[in-house]
Design a protein around this ligand. Structure first.
Ligand SMILES: NC(=O)C1=CN([C@@H]2O[C@H](COP(=O)(O)OP(=O)(O)OC[C@H]3O[C@@H](n4cnc5c(N)ncnc54)[C@H](OP(=O)(O)O)[C@@H]3O)[C@@H](O)[C@H]2O)C=CC1
Ligand SMILES: O=C(O)C1=N[C@H](C(=O)O)C[C@H](O)C1
Length: 275
């Protein structure tokens, strides 16, 4: 029997909340090998990524130099994959570096706007390198978005509320932005105004996304990640809600993305496109 070669994976943001969960997951995946780990938290540099993630030593030190770690992902039979859960300010550069080294990015980090996504898409296309940008890896969110698209055929009024832990750097969430984009792609403008509104406190009506969809962001300790899409029509409200209680909910999606990206030659945006 021929043995399938293992996919070499580098995790960027290895000491973060998502990075640690990803490292534990890769350590248990038979078809993947963690070959490198990157983070910029000074106190953990040089320490074993598995020990930091809480799954026991993996003989992979956490380093602070993405370029040299990417090289490690190019030494194996199969082209490597970089999983990125870092920060909105750094993700664009990380993805460009990975593609430049021929390492396929699987990006969970939010904050890539349309212009940057377009630019990365063109770069990946030129390099014939697969890349996945996935604002939300949970299956429940994909199902919520699909239900929202169906509801949008019947409701003209909709608003989005996203609620997250208060360590989140960006607002609104990447998921809420993607949900609004998907609703906007249905080819209609929502929420036709009935009155002239005046905000007595700036931001009271949330932020205005594509096609007049408003997004409201809540940040509180005790929350993880939650989203409501609320449709309204005379005499009725239809509410879709997704709640995350543990970051393990993202891991089946992350594993799927690592496997799928090795088959792609361009950039794909959204988990729904690879299910
Ligand atoms: N797509 C999805 O399903 C999900 C996406 N996310 C997104 O993932 C991202 C990370 O989230 P989370 O894990 O909660 O955040 P954390 O802050 O817990 O983790 C991020 C880690 O990356 C490190 N880091 C920051 N900048 C760099 C850099 N330039 N190079 C290397 N390491 C760096 C941070 O170090 P330091 O603290 O020292 O800066 C930290 O250890 C966010 O954008 C979040 O929105 C989160 C959950 C699910
Ligand atoms: O920061 C988080 O936690 C999350 N970020 C992603 C986003 O911004 O949509 C995904 C999920 O909501 C968790």
């Amino acid at each position: 029997m021929t043995e399938r070669a293992s996919i070499p994976v580098v995790v960027n943001g290895a000491a973060g909340k998502m990075g640690k969960e990803v490292i534990k997951t890769i350590a248990n995946a038979e078809d993947m090998t963690l070959v490198g780990a990157v983070d910029n938290k000074p106190d953990i540099l040089g320490q074993d990524a598995g020990e930091i993630a809480g799954c026991g030593a993996l003989e992979v030190p956490i380093l602070n130099d993405l370029q040299s770690v990417l090289v490690l992902a190019t030494q194996e039979k199969i082209q490597g994959v970089m999983v990125d859960f870092t920060h909105p300010d750094t993700v664009y550069d990380n993805v460009r570096s990975a593609i430049a080294y021929g390492v396929r990015p699987v990006v969970g980090t939010t904050g890539l706007n349309e212009e940057k996504l377009q630019d990365l898409g063109e770069f990946a296309e030129k390099a014939s390198t697969g890349a996945l940008v996935i604002p939300n890896f949970s299956i429940g969110m994909v199902l919520l978005q699909q239900a929202a698209l169906r509801a949008s055929q019947y409701f003209d009024h909709v608003e989005i509320i996203e609620l997250h832990h208060n360590q989140k750097a960006d607002a609104p969430s990447g998921t809420a932005i993607k949900t609004a984009q998907m609703l906007a792609e249905m080819g209609k403008t929502y929420n036709p105004p009935l009155v002239t509104e005046k905000e007595h406190l700036a931001g009271a009506r949330g932020s205005l996304a594509d096609e007049n969809i408003r997004i409201h962001s809540v940040r509180l300790p005790g929350l993880i990640a939650h989203q409501e899409v609320i449709f309204g029509a005379p005499g009725q409200i239809y509410t879709l809600r997704h709640d995350t209680s543990d970051r393990s909910c993202y891991m089946p999606g992350v594993l799927l993305a690592i496997r799928k990206v090795t088959e792609l030659t361009s950039l794909v945006y959204g988990l729904e496109k690879i299910l």
